[in-house]
Structures are given as C-alpha cells and as structure tokens.
Design a binder for this molecule. Structure first.
Ligand code: FAD
Length: 380
C-alpha cells in the first residue's frame, strides 16, 4: 500500500522542476502505521525552509533568488485539460459505471484523532476527467441491504485533487474519505454490523483493487476562474476540505499555463484536534511560500477555546475575522462551505448576528451573495 503511494510520489518528484517542494506532492500523513513522506529523503522542504531562514540575514538579492527557487511550481500534463469550456458531467452513470483502480490508500490523521480519514488515489486512466470542486460517485460492491437483489447505491465523494491528479498527469483522482462507524447509543460500543458500507470499502481497499465510479458531478463548487485575482474564502469541517485541497494545489502548486492565481485564498478548517488536521503540511507550506495570497485558520474544537470559554468551532473563527470577511464579501469575494450538514446552522447564526451588529440585514445580504454567485454550499 505504502510503496504504491511512494511510487506515485517518486513519479511526481521526477516531474518536478529543480527547486520545487517535492514534499508537497503527497498528502500530509500522520499515524504510526502509515508511510510518512516526511521521514523520506525529500527534495525541497528543509532546503527551501533553511535557505529562507538563513537568507533573512543576507542581502536582498540572495533572498529574492531563494524565494524564486522555493516558489517553483510543478509542470502538469496534458494541458489540453484546460481546453474545455465546460466541465464534464455524468460521463459515467450508475447503470454503466467506470471501473477504476485503487492506486493507494493512506491514513491522513494521527493516533489521537477521533475516527479515521484516508487519502485514496484512484487511477481513472484519463477516462473520467473532472474539474476542481466536482465529485465522483462510488458504487461499493455487494447488495443493497435495503433492497436485496439490487446493487449498492452510489455514494458521492468530493474530489481532493486537481484535474491533473496527485501525479500531475491527468490520470488519477484523489478522495478524502472518513470511515463511517456506528456506536450503539445505549452501550457506547462500536457496532461493526452497522458500519458505513462505502467509506469502509474505500478505506479498506488495497492498491490494484477495482472500484466502480460514476460522474463527475456537481457544478456548485467549481472554482470561478474568470478573475484570477479574486478572493476565495473556504470554510470546511473535516473532509469538507477536499475540494479546497484541489483549488489550492491549482493555485499554488501547479504550473498551469492558463491560470496564474494572484488573488487571496483564505481557508478556515474545523476539526477535533491537531491530530485530525488534514493536509496541514501542504497548507502550511503555501503559507510560507505565498503569505500575501494565502491565509489559513484552524479551529480545533477539542483543543482550543473560543472567546466565551467554549469549544472553538469554525463559526468562532469566522466571528473573529468577521469585519474582514464582510468587507471581502462586499468586494466580491466568493465564499464556500463544505463538510457535514450540521456545520451550517451555527455558521448562518454567526453571520446573521454579525450582520445585525453591523446594521445590515443578513437575509438581504445572503440573497445578494446568491444572486451574484458568490455563495457556494456543498454539505452532506
Ligand atoms: P452508509 O452505509 O450509507 O451508512 C450511513 C450511516 O448510517 C453510517 O454512519 C452508518 O454507520 C450508519 N448506519 C448503518 N446502518 C445503520 C443502522 N442499522 N442504524 C443506524 N445507523 C446505521 N464523505 C467523505 O468522507 N468525504 C467526502 O469528500 C464526501 N463528499 C461528499 C460530497 C457530497 C456531494 C455528498 C452528498 C456526500 C459526501 N460524502 C463525503 C458523504 C458520503 O457520500 C457518504 O455518505 C459517507 O461516506 C457514508 O457512506 P457509507 O456508505 O460509508 O455509509
């Protein structure tokens, strides 16, 4: 399992120009039982970081050259993937899914995370092209327990890679999947007979396994690219970070000839604790490389306290920065929400309260944001 992922990593590293941050190319992996790319000899990370540190004390010319070097992006292919005017939609349907192959499955979270989330790379051979922000459907093998004799139904998963995939060749898609487990409310014990079918199938799959996929689907979370200098405020809980990983790789990691991002991307990520953070190393590296274009705020509900002494949720972070967020929205920023359905009521209450404190009507503001296509929600 790990070696296949490393294979992807090595192949990706071979594509990278000299001076690029090779360590960025895989997910940031945690946990004892999984391969950790940080422990492998990797091009770029310590080199560019140390150089940046040293260069603070050296002359400006040297400093600039180091910054240039650490900002090198990764070449992608085939660039024809940029040519379509519209994203593909439902190329493969539940009755005739595409049979793809699992490349790798890696645990993303550390030992203290409640639950398990995996990064799953799927080889679609370039046959199921998608755009950042779209989803794939997965049909788990077996019979639908609610309809004996019929196959299992499709489950949707946001794609966590760019259209070029983690190996930058347009042949793979990555998913960020949380294993659904069931705890008996009376005993508090896990009941494996009621565990989630598809998420467990995906998290337990092995390199080479076949997986039936449908899609791609969804347009609401597409990254609007008409203005490369736009502001994108991205709010996620848990696996809701998936589409944003794709956006951010496109903005900061890949060398896409027709898309040069010069705006602001601001990610708010809510998870339980620091071991539950997803792709943290990738995001932290963008902060170091693109401090003017990227902001990253984390809400760790079980580790941090909000201003009232309660648990820190994403809406508390939103409140902390509400003045800036409202100004950015007034200036045309896009705002995205992705993750569990339960995140929305708390966020909407906070935004409404803040709007009222500012003497604005939230209902009016929200309908304006929707009308302007600035408001993007995908919760499940
Ligand atoms: P299911 O088998 O469908 O079960 C659902 C839940 O019911 C589970 O929690 C299970 O434990 C519980 N359950 C099973 N049997 C019983 C019973 N007898 N009594 C009570 N409870 C029971 N998920 C991600 O992880 N990552 C993503 O990026 C992602 N993106 C999504 C994007 C969209 C647009 C949508 C709509 C959903 C997305 N999801 C994502 C959610 C995903 O589609 C699945 O719903 C999720 O993985 C659970 O599916 P499952 O087959 O594992 O669980």
């Amino acid at each position: 399992m790990a070696s296949a992922a490393l294979g992807t990593q090595v192949a990706a590293a071979a594509l990278a120009p000299v001076g690029s941050d090779g360590f960025l190319k895989g997910p940031s992996l945690k946990g004892n039982n999984s391969l950790n790319f940080r422990s492998k000899p990797c091009v770029g990370k310590s080199l560019s970081w140390e150089k940046t540190q040293q260069s603070r004390h050296l002359n400006k010319v040297f400093c600039m050259s180091v910054q240039q070097a650490s900002k090198s992006k990764v070449a992608v292919k085939p660039v024809e993937l940029e040519n379509a005017k519209e994203p593909s939609l439902n190329l493969y349907k539940p009755k005739e899914p595409y049979t793809a192959t699992i490349v790798s499955v890696e645990r993303l979270v550390g030992p203290k995370a409640p639950g398990e989330t995996c990064h799953i790379v799927i080889d679609h051979g370039g046959n199921v092209p998608y755009w950042e922000g779209q989803s794939y459907g997965v049909i788990p093998p077996g019979e639908n327990p609610k309809k004996p004799g019929s196959p299992n139904t499709v489950r949707l998963y946001s794609i966590a890679s760019t259209r070029y995939g983690d190996s930058f060749d347009g042949k793979t898609a990555s998913l960020c999947v949380r294993r659904a487990v069931y705890y008996d409310p009376e005993t508090g014990k896990e009941d494996p007979s009621k565990k989630g079918i598809c998420s467990n199938f995906l998290c337990d799959s092995k390199p080479g396994d076949k997986v039936q996929i449908t899609g791609p689907s969804g347009k609401i979370m597409l990254l609007p690219e008409d203005d490369p200098n736009a502001t994108h405020i991205m709010i996620a809980t848990g696996t809701g970070v998936a589409p944003y990983r794709g956006y951010l790789r496109r903005m900061f990691m890949e060398d896409v000839p027709t898309y040069k991002f010069g705006g602001l991307a601001w990610l708010f990520l809510g998870v339980a604790n620091s071991d539950s953070l997803l792709y943290d190393e990738e995001f932290t590296n963008y902060l170091q490389q693109y401090p003017d274009n990227f902001r990253y705020d984390k809400a760790l509900s079980r580790e941090q306290k909000n201003k009232n002494g309660g648990k820190m949720y994403v809406q508390d972070k939103i409140e902390e920065y509400s003045d800036e967020i409202f100004k950015l929205l007034d200036g045309g920023a896009h705002i995205y929400f992705c993750g569990l359905k339960g995140m929305m009521p708390g966020i909407q209450d906070t935004l409404k309260r803040v709007a009222e404190q500012r003497g604005e009507s939230w209902d009016q503001k929200l309908s304006q944001l929707k009308k302007n296509k600035q408001w993007h929600v995908e919760v499940y």
